[in-house]
Design a protein. Structure first.
Lengths: 1076, 133
């Protein structure tokens, strides 16, 4: 037996109907929503109380308990939640029911809203207690009556775009099916054709999100009336969705209608209200396929051509009409005419105003048009600037403000200056050849042909070191140079600046040198830009001119013979290069001789100056001596020719030196012999020495000497240099009106005029006779030479008788010799002692050495008188006390090894007077001898000095000797006494021997022994010591006469003659003995 | 006394006499040489340069010849050269110059030079000049 809980279980068999007390209203059919009331009544038909009674109703599908309707005997049995325990599994506990008691249970159901039509609903109640097993009530069977309802408000069709209802877009069509009825609709069919202007999106159909094409077996758009759902329950909905693609292009405003018909087995076909979608279609240039590009856009340089490309792509779904493109170009861009292309084809040339407006025409959807323009960036433009370019594209139809599109592009300009080499350079202004000291000029041109300014411009110069005074000017203003740079500042574009660069070539500078100036300019933008360089070639030469180089006489004085003219040779190199090997060849008149050169090297007649730099001056001082022998009154001319390497000879202006050579006869003497006192009737021999002591020749010399009445001229006694002169009448030519005429008397020439007078015997004693010789020369000049005073001596005579004369004779003048010449005979003439005191000045104690002539005996111990025997001529040398001592000292000192010692002895003892007349050459010879031996004496003090030929004899000495020999040729007698002499050394020589030796002199070379052998014969030999010494000396020298000079020189210095030296010592000793 | 004793006594006496003589003998007076005042001689041959470059470096004899040749000239420059030649290190050259100067009447100059350069050399030159006077 089943329990109450087990009954009414699903699938469980119904309970056997035990009670027929269940009443259901309605009892046959029911409809959805109806209330079904059931009442179950039962009775404890037993007699016992039924305890623990439970009642339970079943709840069939399709019915819904109505809350609050479960009542037991009218009492509500629902719990607090509204649940009825009658429908619970264990049933409602209704307590105990006594026997016989009846209970009534009521419950109401509501039929569900959707219940399939024909559904059988069975209602049954059951009661059980503890004592009674469940007892089922009668089963009430009710049949449900219902139908579907598809055509309702919820069933419809819709079409909507997924995004925008534009052509090409997708639209979704939704067919919603709703079964508003109480039962299901079966085999619901929907006819939904693809709307016009659309295209089904394959496999997009969905039923409630589920694909249906797989069930359909073919594409949705190919099935006309597919069953979209086999059953559509009541109140259920189903949605058919599929997508379509809106056709494109499509006119704007095109409506797309979606239609659908629905039907099912229970419902006839009906059409749904169609849905529509209005398509919005416009041309569109807004997407990124419409572009405007500028190429290049960066680093664009002025003057560069840029290409502007407008690519208008109609991304819309409608064609664009009247598409117009307008380019907005700034002034810095110049469009290139004729370079505009639309779709690659050139366009017709437009007017200028419309040059930048382009009609692109119609552009269909998805079509494109390309506009290509070219423009050129103008110049100049600052670097870094930008150019804004705009392009406007307009089209129709307009939709709001979207019918145009504007593009803006920026072109970045890269601009820089340009300094092209063609216009930026340094160039010479003048010629290529330049001379030192000159100014060179170059032009530096800086032209900025770039498109922007050149800033921080600095000009760098590379100036040759040989250029000085570098100046840079711009126009007339000077640009300061800092070293080799100059700050230029800024050069505007397309402007130029011009600078003048001047410099001076350093002087001197070598020839053919190359001067170079380089320049470069540095700008901040371009860096260093070379400007090139210019060169000059130096043309530099030494130059001399007669104006700058000359021969100049330093003194304005007239040059006289034997004088030195100081001539300055100044040479100035006025050129610009060093003069090498500068020489001046001198052409000097033969009257002058170049003696000294100071400041230059002399090479014969050339002066060598060597190198003289440019601008330098070399000076040499010349000593020109006017030669006495050649002296004339002609001016001395000095010509100079200046030569140097690589230079033409430059003749210098002739230097004319005025010379003056005057004869001078003022130093002549007129001496008489006797000199002081003369007896009446005595013959006076006059010697007139006329010497041209001047420096010029005398053309014509007239010599006069008036004949006084006190003197009687001795006819034919006048000689000139021993040449007899014809008398004029009874007088000498001197006394004539014409006088003695000498022609061409050169300087230094001496004429000795001798003539004799006889003292008038009628002159009184004491009469003073003087004569004056007058010399007229060279026209106006004349000199007078008075003679010494000659006193006439006459003795008183009373007697007139003379022994031997047979008569007395008045007027006799005494034992004279008449007018005849005195004869130096032994028995007729006696030399008188000197008239002057023999000692004085405190030297009275000193004696006089009386030397004897060889044939004459000494008369006393202090004085010597004598005459010469034969033809010998007397000589004398007198010493004062002082000179005596000095000679002794000299002889003591002048002692050398060799014969040379005796040359100094000859110097000491050479006579001062030869013969009884004045021999002018004696003094000259003594002086010459003194000079030569003094020099030799000094030289021999040099260590190991070797005597040279010039130390022994010089040409002047030879000439003096020849003159001496000539003068002594006519010497006669003995020299007169010399007053004041302490020691007188006398001697004589054989004039014949002298003459013979003199004849050999002309053939003898210099520095031989012959001259000295001749001179030795003039030495005194008045004493035995001197005679011995002179004899040995002559013999020794004679031994060298035939030897050459070398042997003689060797003998002088090396061969000592002891005997000769001893003889000299004897002489020295004898002299010492006479010295106090 | 033996001979030996006599000889020894004589030797002793001789020694005593020698010692006594050495003690009492007059000695040469040490005389301080009078220092002469004057500038020391600055001998140089540079004077030849004034005659010309070609005369530089002449031997002593040649310098003597140069002095003699210059002495024949009577100009002021020659006299100056002679005065310069007084400083020649060779005494003979200096003497030649002095002799030439004295011969031209410039003895005072020579004397002044010798006074300002005292010494044996000046003395010898002065003596030689006196001999040749």
């Amino acid at each position: 037996m089943r329990t109450l809980s087990e009954v009414f279980a699903p699938g469980a068999p119904t309970l056997p109907e035990g009670l027929r007390t269940l009443v259901v209203s309605p009892d046959r059919e029911l409809e959805p929503g109806m209330t079904v009331r059931a009442t179950f009544t039962f009775r404890n038909q037993g007699g016992a109380m039924a305890t623990g009674v439970r009642v339970r109703f079943n709840l069939p599908d399709g019915l819904v308990y109505l809350v609050g309707t479960g009542q037991l005997d009218g009492a509500n049995l629902d719990d607090e939640q509204g649940n009825s325990p009658l429908l619970s599994r264990s049933g409602a506990h209704i307590g105990d029911i006594d026997a016989g008691e009846e209970r009534r249970i009521e419950i109401a159901y509501s039929v569900a809203g959707a219940i399939e039509n024909g559904t059988m609903i069975e209602l049954q109640a059951a009661v059980a207690s503890f004592e009674v097993p469940p007892v089922g009530s009668n089963i009430v069977r009710l049949i449900a009556r219902s139908r579907p309802l598809l055509e309702n408000a919820l069933t419809g069709i819709a079409i909507e775009a997924r995004s925008e209802p534009v052509p090409g877009a997708e639209a979704q069509i939704t067919v919603r099916l709703h079964n508003a009825g109480e039962s299901s609709a079966h085999d619901v069919v929907v006819v939904a054709p693809i709307p016009e202007h659309t295209r089904y999106v394959p496999n997009s159909a969905r039923i409630n999100g589920r694909e249906i094409e797989r069930d359909l077996g073919q594409p949705f758009d190919r099935v006309h009336a597919p069953i979209v759902t086999p059953a559509l329950a009541a109140s259920a909905s189903s949605t058919l969705v599929y997508r379509v693609e809106i056709a494109s292009p499509l006119h704007d405003g095109t409506a797309i209608f979606a239609y659908a018909d629905v039907a099912s087995q229970e419902t006839a076909s009906f059409a749904l209200e169609p849905a529509s979608l209005v398509v919005r279609s416009t041309p569109d240039f807004e997407d990124d396929r419409t572009t405007f590009s500028v190429e290049p856009a960066y680093d664009v340089r002025p003057g560069q051509r840029i290409t502007m490309t407008l690519l208008a792509f109609n991304a819309g779904s409608a064609a664009a009409e009247n598409v117009t493109a307008v380019l907005e170009l700034p002034d810095t861009l110049v469009p290139v005419r004729g370079a505009t292309l639309i779709d690659g084809r050139p366009i017709k040339e437009a007017k200028k105003k419309e040059a930048l407006t382009f009609d692109l025409g119609r552009v269909d959807a998805e079509e494109r048009v390309e506009l290509l323009c070219e423009a050129i960036v103008v110049s100049p433009l600052p670097d870094g600037s930008t150019i804004e370019i705009a392009a406007n594209v307009t089209w129709e139809p307009a939709r709001g403000n979207d019918s145009q599109r504007r593009f803006e592009r920026t072109v970045a300009i890269h601009s820089e200056p340009a300094l092209p080499a063609r216009r930026n350079a340094i160039a010479r202004t003048r010629g290529e050849v330049v001379k030192p000291g000159e100014e060179i000029e170059a032009t530096i041109t800086l032209a900025n042909e770039g498109s922007t300014s050149a800033t921080d411009v600095v000009l760098h110069l590379r100036v040759d070191p040989a250029l000085d005074e570098v100046r840079l000017t711009e126009k007339s203003s000077r640009v300061s140079l800092d070293g080799d740079t100059a700050e230029i500042g800024t050069i505007d574009p397309y402007s130029s600046r011009k600078f003048a660069l001047r410099a001076r070539v350093r002087a001197p500078y070598a020839d053919r040198s190359e001067l170079r100036i380089g320049a470069s300019v540095h700008t901040r933008e371009l860096g260093e830009t070379p400007l090139g360089e210019v060169t000059w070639r130096v043309d530099s030469h030494p130059a001399f001119s007669p104006q700058s180089s000359d021969l100049r006489l330093e003194s304005e004085e007239v040059l006289r013979p034997n004088q030195l003219a100081d001539v300055a040779v100044r040479i100035t190199n006025v050129g610009s290069d060093v003069a090498h090997n500068v020489r001046v060849r001198l052409y000097i008149s033969p009257e002058a001789r170049l003696e000294t050169v100071d400041g230059a090297t002399r090479e014969k007649s050339k002066l060598v100056f060597g190198e003289i730099g440019p601008g330098a001056t070399a000076e040499a001082r010349l000593g020109l001596r006017l030669l006495r022998s050649l002296a004339r009154e002609y001016p001395v001319t000095v010509d100079g020719v200046l030569t140097a390497d690589a230079m033409l000879p430059v003749p210098l202006d002739r230097l004319t030196i005025a010379t003056s050579a005057e004869p001078d006869f003022s130093v002549g003497t007129l001496r008489s012999e006797p000199i002081d006192v003369v007896d009446v009737g005595e013959t006076i021999e006059w010697t007139l020495h006329v010497r041209n002591g001047g420096d010029g020749p005398a053309r014509r010399v007239q010599i006069f000497c008036a004949q006084p009445a006190s003197l009687i001229y001795v006819p034919n006694s006048t000689t000139v240099n021993d040449v007899p002169i014809r008398d004029v009448g009874a007088l000498s030519a001197l006394a004539s009106e014409r006088g003695i005429v000498l022609n061409d008397v050169d300087p230094g020439v001496e004429a000795t005029i001798r003539f004799r007078d006889v003292v008038h015997n009628g002159l009184p004693a004491g009469e003073v006779i003087t004569r004056t010789a007058t010399v007229h020369y060279d026209g106006e000049r004349h000199d007078e030479m008075p003679s010494n005073e000659l006193k006439v001596r006459a003795n008183p005579v009373f007697a007139n008788a003379i022994p031997g004369l047979p008569f007395g004779l008045d007027g006799m003048v005494g034992p004279a010799f008449g007018g005849g010449q005195r004869m130096l005979t032994e028995d007729r003439f006696m030399e008188l002692p000197p008239a002057t005191p023999v000692a004085g000045n405190g030297e009275s104690g000193r004696g006089i050495i009386a030397t004897e002539y060889p044939a004459l005996a000494a008369a006393s111990s202090d004085t010597l008188e004598g005459t010469l025997a034969g033809e010998r001529v007397g000589v004398a040398v007198t010493f004062t006390a002082e000179r005596h001592a000095r000679v002794l000292r000299f002889l003591d000192e002048a002692r050398f090894d060799g014969l040379v010692t005796h040359l100094f002895a000859m110097r000491a003892f050479f006579p001062e007077a030869i013969g009884d007349t004045h021999v002018g050459a004696v003094a000259s010879m003594r002086e010459m001898l003194r000079d030569e031996t003094d020099r030799l004496f000094i030289k021999l003090r040099l260590h190991s000095y070797v005597i040279a030929p010039r130390d022994i004899e010089t040409p002047s000495m030879r000439a003096t000797l020849e003159r001496l020999l000539h003068d002594v040729h006519g010497a006669r007698g003995t020299p007169a006494e010399t007053p004041g002499a302490t020691v007188v050394l006398r001697g004589s020589y054989d004039p014949q021997m002298i003459a013979e030796l003199g004849d050999r002199l002309g053939d003898t070379e210099l520095a031989g022994a012959l001259p000295w052998a001749i001179l030795a014969r003039f030495l005194p030999d008045g004493s035995a010591q001197f005679a011995h010494y002179r004899g040995m000396l002559i013999a020794r020298l004679d031994s060298f006469i035939d030897a050459d000079s070398t042997e003689f020189l060797d003998g002088l210095q090396r061969r000592r003659d002891v005997a000769l030296d001893a003889a000299l010592d004897v002489v020295r000793t004898s002299l010492h003995a006479n010295a106090v | 006394m033996s001979l030996i004793a006599v000889a020894a006594l004589l030797i002793l006496v001789a020694g005593v006499l020698i010692g006594l003589y050495a003690w009492r003998a007059p000695r040469r007076m040490a005389q301080a040489r009078v220092a002469r005042e004057g500038a020391p001689l600055q001998a140089t041959t540079a004077w030849t340069n004034e005659a010309g470059e070609e005369f530089a470096g002449l031997s002593e004899a040649a310098r003597c010849d140069l002095v003699f040749a210059v002495a024949a000239l009577e100009d002021e420059r020659s006299q100056h050269l002679l005065a310069y030649a007084l400083n020649d290190p060779a005494e003979a050259v200096s003497l030649a110059a002095a002799h030439a100067l004295a011969g031209h009447g410039r003895r005072a100059l020579v004397d002044a030079y010798l006074t300002s350069h005292p010494g044996a050399r000046a003395d010898r030159i002065a003596q030689a000049l006196a001999l040749l006077d």
